[in-house]
Design a protein around this ligand. Structure first.
Ligand SMILES: [Zn+2]
Length: 287
């Protein structure tokens, strides 16, 4: 990164940080013309949910999880929320088995779905992730020309020495390091009109986030990231064993539920297959 780019990135970061405390304008009349598309960015078979509850309350149960990406088309630009498994997975007709009997597969590439709307990755103005795990950042390198919106702690984790040492994972998103970047501390109003608010909800990882959308006809929609890994996790308030911080997850869930109630939001648990299937099938959308 040359000095000028560094200076610009720094200025952008400072601007974003200074905006996080600003009260967002929330003028409902400006929320028309926004479309929420749900894209299929992979499927995960979990042979045993034992790891999804610290108390082992789901031991022996299996499930199939969805792994969506979401495209928000706003008059001021296109935002992609979560970047799925790396799309080369779709080339493997039988998918990939890992961690023993876990299995991931992909029916269609993210780029092929964008192409159905006449879009290429270069047309996407903004990308943001709920968190840094590989099922949420797999296609990041396709979007190096987009503006990357990230929580400051999650961004630091992405580019830490420890992350760089895990070469397979780091190579999924290394190109984002030179992207135009907007860092936020607690929350970020993507379009400046209150229609797409990214809220930090830590615990699953240090800088995990959720996305609150306000749509003209469908009302508020709250995308969970992995604050809840599936519907049972919400029903039973179960915390996965692989969580970064159990206390922070529980505190974030209290804030999440309060936000959902306050906004009368439709909650979408991203890995919950029944939530995924209840959304309009691409290229259908909510508006
Ligand atoms: Zn996930």
């Amino acid at each position: 990164m040359n000095l000028i780019v560094k200076m610009i990135s720094f200025a952008v970061c400072l601007t974003a940080l200074s905006m996080t405390s600003a009260v967002s304008a929330d003028d409902k009349s400006t929320h028309s013309g926004i479309k929420l598309y749900t894209l299929d960015c992979g499927t995960l078979f979990v042979p045993d949910l034992n790891g999804f509850s610290i108390e082992g309350r789901l031991a022996g149960m299996s499930t199939i999880m969805s792994n969506p990406c979401f495209l928000i088309r706003h008059p001021k630009g296109d935002l992609l929320w979560d970047l799925g498994y790396q799309e080369s997975l779709a080339d493997k007709v039988d998918g990939v088995t890992f961690y023993g009997a876990f299995h991931k597969s992909m029916a269609i590439k993210l780029s092929a779905q964008l192409a159905q709307l006449g879009l290429s990755p270069k047309d996407i103005d903004f990308v943001a992730i709920s968190h840094l795990h590989d099922d949420h950042i797999g296609n990041a390198n396709l979007f190096s020309e987009s503006t990357f919106i990230a929580n400051e702690q999650e961004h630091a984790s992405l580019f830490s020495a420890e992350s760089r040492a895990t070469a397979d994972n780091f190579s999924l998103y290394s190109a984002l390091e030179k992207s135009k970047t907007v860092l936020f501390k607690d929350s970020y109003d993507v379009f400046g009109d209150g229609s797409a608010l990214i809220e930090k909800m830590p615990g699953h990882t240090l800088g995990s986030a959720v996305l609150l959308l306000k749509l003209h006809n469908s009302g508020a929609v709250l995308l969970s990231g992995d604050l809840y890994t599936h519907a049972k996790a919400r029903e039973m308030n179960l915390v996965p064993r692989f969580s970064m911080d159990k206390k922070k997850i529980l505190a974030s869930r209290i804030r999440f539920e309060a936000l959902a109630k306050e906004e009368a939001a439709k909650v979408i648990i991203q890995h919950e297959k029944s939530d995924f299937e209840a959304l309009p099938r691409f290229p259908g959308y909510l508006d």
